[in-house]
Design a protein around this ligand. Structure first.
Ligand code: ZN
Length: 324
């Protein structure tokens, strides 16, 4: 299962989506003495941070008593449950976060940092919690009539409070495609105009309404690089809550390698295996971190072409085993 190697993917927790609307079941989950609560701090430039254990070894889950002390009156959002009990997230303001940090220790860490260091389940749960918390801040008012929206189903459904309207609102996910394009023994990487000149990655872009994923792959690659793509094949996906994307990874074959740069890229080039090996060794090529599906797509291409493992070519040891 390729997606299991994508950070934030494959959360081993039962979401119980079909039960969240049952008030009796929901109340029992909230009152469960084994319930644990993830504390999300106030919105920050890097998004809401989460409280972690010292040295980023794991998330710092609060028990029921700590929940009452550090998040009084905050309605928890259900994430899911396993044999150890239900898990929730609590989005608090800066003052409550400060107090919890002062008394519980640990640290508030942003998701990009957490994704590189936390165990896989914790990183995935943090990503899930952060995505839902972001939606809550964007769904407070009905987009149809402007009335307040009330949250139901343990935080997973909104409903307009205006009886004449009453429409439902659901968390939004914005699909974006990301693709590694191959041409014989080379692959296409781009350098965006605001990146350093030695940073290269796969091409990506959002899906437009009325567009298939495959059509979006062909359109974006052509717009950014001028390359015409034929066949494209789904690889794997990754939740990417920065703030609400879902990355859909593809491999694709170019019909013609001619490059004609669009506005988004500073440069685009065809890289052979040796270009990647030598560039990484010399430090003249910086590829996206293990955190991203772009990294997994490049690793996949390299493995298919040469049998080489990208992780073994990287100079930064911390990229090799972020979940160990
Ligand atoms: Zn409404």
């Amino acid at each position: 299962m390729r997606e299991r190697s994508n950070v934030f993917a494959g959360i081993a927790l039962e979401r119980n989506a079909e039960r969240r609307d049952d008030p009796a079941w929901a109340a029992a989950q909230c009152a469960d003495p084994h319930a644990r609560f993830l504390l999300l701090g106030a919105d920050a430039p890097g998004g809401r941070p989460a409280l972690t254990q010292p040295a980023l070894s794991a998330l710092r889950w609060l028990d029921q008593e700590e929940c009452r002390r550090f998040a009084p009156g905050i309605v928890p959002t259900y994430l899911g449950g396993d044999d150890d009990g239900p898990r929730f997230s609590l989005a608090v303001d800066a003052a409550l976060a400060e107090r919890a940090h002062a008394e519980l220790g640990g640290a508030f860490v942003d998701l990009r940092h957490a994704g590189r260091h936390l165990p896989a389940l914790d990183a995935g749960l943090f990503a899930f919690a952060r995505a839902i918390a972001h939606w809550h801040t964007r769904a407070r008012w009905c987009g149809a009539c402007g009335s307040p929206v009330a949250l139901h189903a343990l935080g997973h459904r909104g409903q307009c409070t205006n009886p004449a309207c009453g429409i439902e609102h659901f968390p939004r996910v914005d699909p974006a495609m990301i693709v590694i394009v191959g041409w014989h023994d080379r692959c296409l990487l781009g350098c965006q105009s605001h990146w350093a000149r030695n940073h290269w990655s796969t091409l990506a872009g959002f899906i437009e309404p009325g567009e298939s994923l495959e059509d979006a792959v062909r359109r974006e690659v052509f717009e950014e690089s001028g390359v015409r793509v034929g066949a494209c094949t789904y690889h794997s996906s990754q939740p990417w809550p920065f703030p609400s994307s879902l990355m859909l990874g593809f491999t694709a074959a170019a019909q013609d390698p001619t490059l004609r740069l669009g506005r988004e890229l500073r440069d685009a080039r065809w890289f052979g295996v040796e270009d990647i090996v030598q560039g990484l060794a010399a430090g003249t090529l910086i590829l996206p971190p293990r955190l991203s599906v772009a990294h997994q797509l490049i690793a996949h291409w390299l493995r298919e072409r040469s049998g080489l493992e990208l992780a073994q070519l990287l100079p930064d040891a911390s990229w090799r085993a972020p979940h160990s």
